[in-house]
Design a protein around this ligand. Structure first.
Ligand code: C2E
Ligand code: MG
Ligand code: MG
Ligand code: MG
Length: 282
């Protein structure tokens, strides 16, 4: 807290900085009550099989419906939730809710849950996943957990042990946002991923950059050789889809098929005759 000491040090804290800190504190106070107040909601975005365009899984994406702030997107509160440790109870809620909702879906698609690196280093994670599976009765093979490269930066032995315990529950593990941040090919060799998600940044450039095509092609080939499947994120155009299809990518996710949708719309979406997220190719 900025205080005027004897020498008038207060000017050190600019008014805007103080305002920003107050806004942050207000957000934190609100966030503390959000789980108990039932203000969180999951949206689900279909992930389609590239060959059939059928929905094989849905990624749970968190939203916060706040009375004054409206619908707050995850990027606006997850960093603060991580800093304050609130991501642990929030993440437990996400796991419980996603498994419970998925257990009611027709056609038994997978449900995909994002894990923060903070959750990953918390000792209760494996128990929280086991509890969510048990309470919902969801087949563990239908749950896929996404982790980012930040997780790999942490102590390797502990990370590996947690990954093995999670896999021991029968769930699948995917590496999210591959190709951004601190990507290292050695992670693919060292950690037991089932799937790699190619970051939206590469997908976006597929139409314009032969270099991006070369990278995506190499990632797909490498993952295939290592026994992992690939999903492309952020697919927005048929041209991107065509390149991914030609290059042998297994799954695609993006606005071309569907935006994230409220949980209430998912059963009807899955019950459609073809299980399609989008119209079939023209
Ligand atoms: P992510 O896991 O990489 O999720 C994909 C993000 O890309 C989502 O944003 C999704 O709405 C967006 N997206 C999907 N398709 C397209 C597309 O075609 N074009 C564009 N421009 N964007 C697309 P969202 O929902 O804002 O989530 C942002 C990030 O927040 C997620 O990135 C994930 O890292 C994090 N997040 C979301 N839900 C959770 C959660 O329950 N727990 C944790 N720890 N993190 C979460
Ligand atoms: Mg994700
Ligand atoms: Mg991603
Ligand atoms: Mg991303």
């Amino acid at each position: 807290r900025a205080k005027a000491d004897g020498r008038g040090c207060w000017r050190f804290f600019e008014p805007e900085m103080d305002a920003r800190m107050q806004a942050r504190r207000a957000l934190e106070t609100d966030l503390r009550h959000a789980v108990a107040a039932g203000e969180f909601e999951l949206f689900y975005q279909p992930i389609v099989d590239i060959r059939t365009r059928r929905t094989g899984g849905l990624e749970a994406l968190l939203g916060w419906r706040h009375t004054g702030r409206g619908l707050v997107p995850p990027d606006a509160f997850i960093p603060l939730a991580e800093e304050t440790g609130l991501i642990v109870p929030i993440g437990d809620w996400v796991l419980m809710r996603a498994c419970a909702e998925a257990a009611t879906w027709p056609g038994a698609p997978k449900v995909v849950v994002n894990l923060s690196s903070v959750q990953f280093t918390h000792r209760g994670l494996v128990d929280a996943v086991a509890a969510a599976l048990e309470r919902s009765g969801l087949d563990p093979a239908r749950l896929e957990l996404e982790i980012t490269e930040t997780v790999m930066l942490q102590e390797t032995e502990a990370t590996l042990a947690t990954l093995r315990r999670l896999k021991g529950l029968g769930v699948r593990i995917a590496m999210d946002d591959f190709g951004t941040g601190y990507s290292s090919l050695s992670y693919l060799q060292r950690f037991p991923f089932d799937k790699v998600k190619i970051d939206r940044g590469f997908t976006r450039e597929l139409e314009t950059s032969p270099r991006s095509i070369a990278i995506v092609l190499a990632v797909i080939a490498l993952c295939t050789d290592l026994g992992m499947t690939t999903t492309a994120e952020g697919v927005e155009t048929e041209t991107q889809f065509a390149v991914l299809s030609r290059e042998g990518c297994a799954e695609a996710q993006g606005y071309l098929f569907s935006r994230p949708r409220p949980a209430g719309e998912i059963p009807a979406l899955l019950a459609r005759p073809a299980g399609d997220a989008a119209a079939p190719p023209a």
